[in-house]
Design a protein around this ligand. Structure first.
Ligand SMILES: *Cc1c(COP(=O)(O)O)cnc(C)c1O
Length: 394
């Protein structure tokens, strides 16, 4: 297996060919799951020098190496390294702890994943880092929020509930002008559909719990960084002692192998369902940057090569009890947090309670939908039943 020039291949091919060492695996296609803490050194001299491809379980194994090589090949030539952490949230917290120090200022997009906000407001405040939230649509206007001590900007494109699409290229240009770092939570599109490191992002993280795992069966996080940021990230990971269990790394690698076919289907079914919902009389608005009518569509078209299966809808005004009746009627859409697995999900949400830089007033009850790999005809029939129950309960 020759994966020495992976960038000449298309992303779909790189996902299949990278990180494979057939000879070392005695002919088997996949690497074994190395359950291990201790690594033995052949000589005292090797031990003193910490010499060896692998040195200790926390620092990596052939299983983690195969995963890291494959994700690096997907991220592209700007990627200097991939860090492995136990969850998506720990990818955020580890990244922020790696690049910030007491007295620093951090800018965070107002549509960011809520636990990321909790980390900034809780632990970072306690450690002496100040956070300012900004309007996701701010673009180059972010310039006026910079202070002499602004060290980093955290963005999420699009936000995973409200789906505003920040202009990462414009934000990155201003941020680099101030000598600060851009951190992107790229979980929604994955590096397959959004090559964020190519677009000025310094550190791109994944809740690999979602589409990379792809089967709702692991907790996992990754941190990809460019040459400027990687030394800080790798040092932070080492100092904090975070790592992931080998079975989860193996499942994440297996997820990467089929990411392109799963995501292509989520993209197709998601847009099909979004268009169908936009035409429903019960729906006031669909929040999906892949729709031509969406305010983020131009940026999505410029910077992304696809969409995932996650988007939201705003219903016409209805009592919460009627919406709950609708949710209770659905059979294919399960009610649960997380997303990115093979199954469809529906949850109510409300950003108004915690947003600080912008007001969230959609004008009706909001539902976030994850479109899984079921037939869209069956999903439409399920929602048809749900809408009938909603109307009956009003
Ligand atoms: C789920 C999620 C996370 C956190 O991932 P976990 O693996 O659940 O910790 C971070 N960012 C986004 C956008 C998410 O949806």
């Amino acid at each position: 297996m020759d994966s020495s020039h992976p960038q000449e291949q298309q992303a779909e091919t790189r996902l299949v060919t990278s990180g494979r060492d057939t000879k070392a695996q005695k002919g088997f296609v996949n690497p074994p799951v190395f359950h291990g803490s201790t690594v033995l050194y052949p000589t005292a001299e090797d031990l003193h020098a910490h010499r060896g491809e692998f040195t200790y379980g926390r620092h990596g194994s052939p299983t983690t190496k195969a995963f890291q090589e494959t994700l690096m090949a997907l991220e592209g030539p700007q990627c200097a390294g991939v860090g492995i952490v136990p969850s998506g949230l720990s990818a955020i917290s580890t990244t922020l702890l790696s690049v910030l120090k007491a007295g620093d200022h951090l800018l965070v997009c107002d549509n960011v994943y809520r636990p990321s906000r909790n980390f900034c407001n809780g632990m970072l405040t306690r450690l002496g880092v100040e956070t300012t939230y900004f309007d996701p649509m701010i673009g180059a206007g972010i310039d006026k929020l910079f202070k002499p001590n602004t060290r980093a900007v955290l963005v999420e494109a699009p936000g995973s509930q409200s789906f505003e699409m920040p202009d990462i290229r414009a934000i990155a240009e201003v941020t680099h002008g101030h000598g600060a770092l851009v951190i992107d939570d790229n979980t929604w599109a994955t590096p397959l559909y959004h090559r964020s490191l190519e677009q000025g992002v310094d550190i791109s993280m994944q809740a690999a719990t979602k589409y990379i795992g792809g089967h709702s069966d692991i907790m996992f996080g990754t941190i990809s960084a460019n040459a400027k940021a990687w030394p800080m990230v790798t040092e932070g990971i080492r100092l904090l002692g975070v790592c992931a269990g080998p079975d989860d790394v193996f499942l994440a690698l297996r997820g990467l192998r089929t990411l392109s076919v799963r995501l292509a289907q989520h993209h197709r079914s998601g847009l099909d369902m979004a268009r169908w919902l936009a035409a429903r009389p019960e729906v006031a608005r669909v929040l999906h940057p892949g729709l031509e009518t969406d305010p983020g569509h131009a940026i999505w078209k410029r910077d992304f090569t696809g969409a995932s299966g996650l988007f939201s809808i705003v219903l016409k005004p209805a009592p919460q009890k009627a919406v709950d009746t609708m949710l209770n009627t659905l059979k294919l859409f399960g009610m649960g947090f997380s997303w990115g697995g093979f199954e469809s999900l529906a949850i109510p949400f409300d950003c108004d309670a915690y947003r600080t830089a912008t007001k969230w007033s959609p004008g009706g009850p909001t539902l976030r939908l994850h479109i899984g790999l079921e037939s869209v005809d069956d999903l439409k029939a399920d929602l048809d039943r749900g809408f009938a129950a909603l109307k009956a309960a009003m």
